[in-house]
Design a protein around this ligand. Structure first.
Ligand code: HAM
Length: 417
């Protein structure tokens, strides 16, 4: 048997409803905030990512699906959207003259990671980016957008961890403080962290190594290195979040694994997920447009992992399977199959989802089928009622039944809730 590549998933018909529900919620919430969708290619020139995410990041170092195409171009399957979106905006002169742009996206992404619960090699993200505003109000807006979607999906039990990396001046001061501190423990640090001491000391704070974590516990905090401008930006973001009752937790070690961030960074975390407990993250990336050859364009945004969101939703409503159809039409006798076609058609024209038997199954098997579809109602065409030009309408949730004449089909809404 040929199997799908490791770390990829088939999304099967019995799961598609929850994907559609999530996708609908994304459209609903983004439109409430005035964000417009952008779609870009699934592969990009490799430099889009190598020049933006950072040479020392895990993504660029170990996780990209990169290959030479037949024209000898280095191509990478997109591991994330922010750099690709910035490339598309520069190319298409979006936000080119400092105009505010509110954009969202949804689609598949690719990272060569070790697969485990909630971690795949092909996964999906929903994200939003607010371009051209340097102001903390836009940081608060994108966080509120993410929060609104998360709560609309019924997820209330989650933590928003937030931190500030400050502007580049603050970050340089902090980097020096960190190097001074960690250098004292160089012989105790993990190999990875020793390497990061030279290349990207902030990432040591992110280490999963127990000894590193212990040493990092007493490391200087970035908050203390923030200059006045950086501190007031961060305070204003927190201030707005408080005023709209979005709860947050200041997490002084949160640095995120991508190099393009400055000022606000944040992550959404849930205990329902196990070790891959971060289901979204984002931050401000004021330098990225210039890094990719565009004009200075301050920007902020986030991405949520769709599979992780769905895993959390699964833990909320285990038994709450959605109905796939409104009506299943059961034909007691094969001779009624044509009638079932007619009724199905009338109901579908009224907008209902309808399935009738086309396999000439027994009454019992059709009933089983109706349950498989989790039909809200069945319409039963049985000899006794058919002789009186009637049918039975059964509510599959309450078990309640009523006999109705075929004239009622045109106004079936009066008989179903
Ligand atoms: P990220 O933290 O790398 O950020 O990814 C965002 C989310 O994508 C993660 O929190 C996680 O839910 C999901 N994700 C990442 N890798 C995997 C994987 N291998 N399997 C399943 N889910 C995964 C970014 O990608 C930034 N572009 C976010 C951003 C937008 N920053 C500013 N704007």
């Amino acid at each position: 048997m040929i199997r799908s590549p490791r770390g990829t998933n088939d999304i099967l018909p019995n799961e598609i409803n929850k994907w559609h529900n999530l996708e609908e919620a994304i459209r609903r919430i983004t439109s409430r905030f005035g964000y417009a969708e952008i779609r870009t290619p699934i592969f990009e020139s490799t430099e889009v990512f190598s020049r933006s995410i950072g040479d020392t990041s895990d993504i660029v170092n170990k996780e990209m699906y990169t290959f030479m195409d037949r024209g000898e171009n280095s191509i990478t399957l997109r591991p994330e959207m922010t750099a690709a979106l910035v490339r598309a905006c520069i190319q298409n002169s979006i936000a080119n003259r400092g105009e505010l742009e509110r954009l969202w996206y949804y689609g598949p992404f690719f990272r060569y990671e070790r697969p485990q619960k909630g971690r795949f090699r092909q996964f999906h993200q929903f994200g939003a980016e607010c371009l051209s505003s340097p102001n903390p109000e836009s940081d608060a807006e994108v966080i509120l957008l993410a929060h609104s979607l998360i709560t609309d999906l019924g997820i209330v039990d989650y933590t928003l961890n937030i931190n500030s990396l400050g502007n580049s001046i603050s970050r340089d001061v902090y980097r020096d403080n960190l190097v001074n501190y960690f250098s004292k423990y160089e012989s105790d640090l993990s190999e990875d962290s020793v390497r990061r001491l030279a290349s990207n000391p902030l990432r040591i704070l992110d280490s999963k190594d127990l000894k590193d974590i212990e040493i990092a516990n007493d490391a200087p905090q970035i908050i203390d290195s923030l200059d006045k401008e950086s501190r007031s930006h961060f305070d204003r973001v927190l201030n707005i979040l408080e005023s709209i009752s979005v709860k947050y937790n200041i997490s002084s070690k949160l640095v995120r694994g991508l190099d393009y961030y400055s000022h606000t960074v944040f992550e959404f975390q849930s205990n329902a997920l196990g070790s891959q407990d971060s289901f979204g993250g984002g931050g401000r990336y004021d330098g990225l447009f210039e890094q990719l050859g565009g004009k200075f364009t301050p920007a902020v945004g986030f991405a949520l992992g769709v599979e992780r969101l769905l895993l959390i939703i699964d833990t909320l409503n285990k038994n709450n399977q959605d109905s796939l159809i409104d009506f299943y039409i059961i034909t007691g006798e094969e001779e009624y199959i044509t009638k079932a076609f007619e009724i199905s058609n009338l109901l579908r024209n009224q907008g209902y989802k309808v399935v009738s038997d086309i396999q000439r199954k027994s009454f019992k098997s059709q009933m089983k089928d109706a349950n498989k579809y989790n039909a809200n109602y069945v319409i039963i065409l049985a000899e006794r009622e058919m002789n009186d030009n009637m049918f039975t309408l059964k509510n599959m949730h309450s078990g309640e039944q009523q006999q109705l004449s075929f004239d009622t089909i045109d106004n079936i809404a009066d008989y179903v809730k």
